[in-house]
Design a protein around this ligand. Structure first.
Ligand code: NDP
Ligand code: GDR
Length: 354
């Protein structure tokens, strides 16, 4: 059996794809939990997918679901991981208001199921655990910049579920001496970002508009501010947390915040379109070109019942203890995403969605 065996939940998601590549590069045997889907859901990991019939394959996918304890226990028993990265979640904040019970089950209790599997199998001393915690825990602003000691104030069913997950990780660490750590990650994006998160929605929309394939982009709250970094850099921080002698909780962030509105302007600038703001509302108001063509309109359907207005993280602890810091600026990230979507868009029709 290999020395370094990782089990990654959420391997088909943005972070799972980058983390799987990093772990393979670091010499791990990688097992991923994927959900059964009626269509292919492995697009992000196509490049690292290995034929299961190949000998010496170090990459293995297993069907599973965070809501199924039997599956999780069996998976941990079969794969005997030395490190578990728990990334699986219903991760869309707005959707969590529509599916609060499912979100609590998958994101909150799902984390408990994974920790219990380690305990039931007597692997507390042999298996390290990473939990995908989030800056959404901070919610309503209590302090800026937000750091590990800032009080939490969740503002969505998603954040409340992740709050339970955060504390159950802390509790299992203290109660059973497990090497379990929370990464409190601020927003991180990439060309692999899910299409309905705001950055990707913008960069896809901009690519489609610039190619004449879409008339207009409809968005919600343009005044929200986020601390956006590059996902590839953040998964390295996850891995570093599990390489420490002692478990702990860390903020990963850039320390800079940007309004959604500015991200929109940068994205259009990347395709040489200059926009001017003509106020919110319907008809020809919103972001328009100088000739008056309205390209971005605010649609209240994308407003959330409770919003997180401002996130800006303080990554000092991660820098000092892990030697981690971000590299890519948010403006470069935006440009990379637009350029990638232009390529994607030229090869595939645009879908509809939030
Ligand atoms: P994604 O939404 O891209 O990926 C989520 C993954 O979880 C997918 O693989 C998805 O499978 C899987 N999943 C969802 N529900 C279940 C379930 N019930 N059982 C098993 N698998 C499930 O998220 P990201 O990669 O962006 O984020 C990874 C983790 O980090 C999430 O927990 C997220 O909440 C958290 N996080 C993300 C941040 C970010 O900015 N990206 C910031 C802070 C925390 P499928 O592909 O089939 O849908
Ligand atoms: P967030 O990311 O809620 O921060 O959660 P998202 O990109 O969905 O929203 C960021 C901000 O943009 C505003 N917004 C819109 N959002 C979406 N999705 N669609 C729109 O049309 C739109 N218009 C404006 C939102 O209101 C919000 O203020 C992400 C997820 O990855 C979580 O899983 C993770 O925990 C946090 O980041 C950190």
């Amino acid at each position: 059996m290999a020395d370094k065996v990782a089990l990654v939940t959420g391997i088909t998601g943005q972070d799972g794809a980058y983390l799987a590549q990093l772990l393979l590069d670091e010499g791990y045997e990688v097992h991923g939990l994927k959900r059964r889907s009626s269509s292919f859901n492995t697009g992000r990991i196509e490049d690292i997918y290995e034929d299961p019939h190949a000998t010496n394959s170090r990459f293995h996918l297993h069907y599973g679901d965070m809501t199924d304890s039997t599956n999780i226990i069996r998976l941990v028993q079969q794969t005997r991981p030395t490190e578990i990265y728990n990334l699986a979640a219903q991760s869309h904040v707005a959707v969590s208001f529509e599916t609060p019970e499912y979100t609590a089950n998958a994101d909150g209790i799902g984390t408990l199921r994974m920790l219990e599997a380690i305990r039931i199998l007597g692997m507390e001393e042999t298996c390290r655990f990473y939990q995908a915690s989030t800056s959404e825990l901070y919610g309503l602003v209590q302090e800026v910049p937000q750091r590990e000691t800032t009080p939490f104030y969740p503002r969505s069913p998603y954040a409340a579920a992740k709050l339970y997950a955060y504390w159950i990780v802390v509790n299992y660490r203290e109660a059973y001496g497990m090497h379990a750590s929370n990464g409190i990650l601020f927003n991180h994006e990439s060309p692999l970002r899910g299409e309905t998160f705001v950055t990707r929605k913008i960069t896809r929309g901009v690519a489609a508009i610039s190619l004449g394939r879409q008339e207009r982009l409809y968005l919600g709250n343009l005044d929200a501010k986020r601390d956006w970094g590059h996902a590839r850099e953040y998964v390295r921080g996850m891995w570093l947390m599990l390489q420490q002698d002692t478990p702990d909780d860390y903020v990963l962030a850039t320390g800079e915040t940007t309004p959604v509105r500015t991200f929109v302007e940068w994205a259009f600038a990347a395709v040489d379109i200059t926009l001017e703001w003509r106020g919110e509302g319907v008809d020809e108001k919103g972001y328009c070109t100088q000739t008056g063509r309205c390209l971005v309109q605010v649609d209240p359907r994308y407003f959330r019942p409770t919003e997180v207005e401002l996130l800006i993280g303080d990554p000092t602890k991660a820098k000092e203890k892990l030697g981690w810091s971000h590299e890519t600026s948010v403006e470069d990230l935006c440009r990379e995403m637009v350029e990638s979507d232009l390529i994607v868009m030229k090869n595939a029709p645009i879908g509809k969605g939030a």
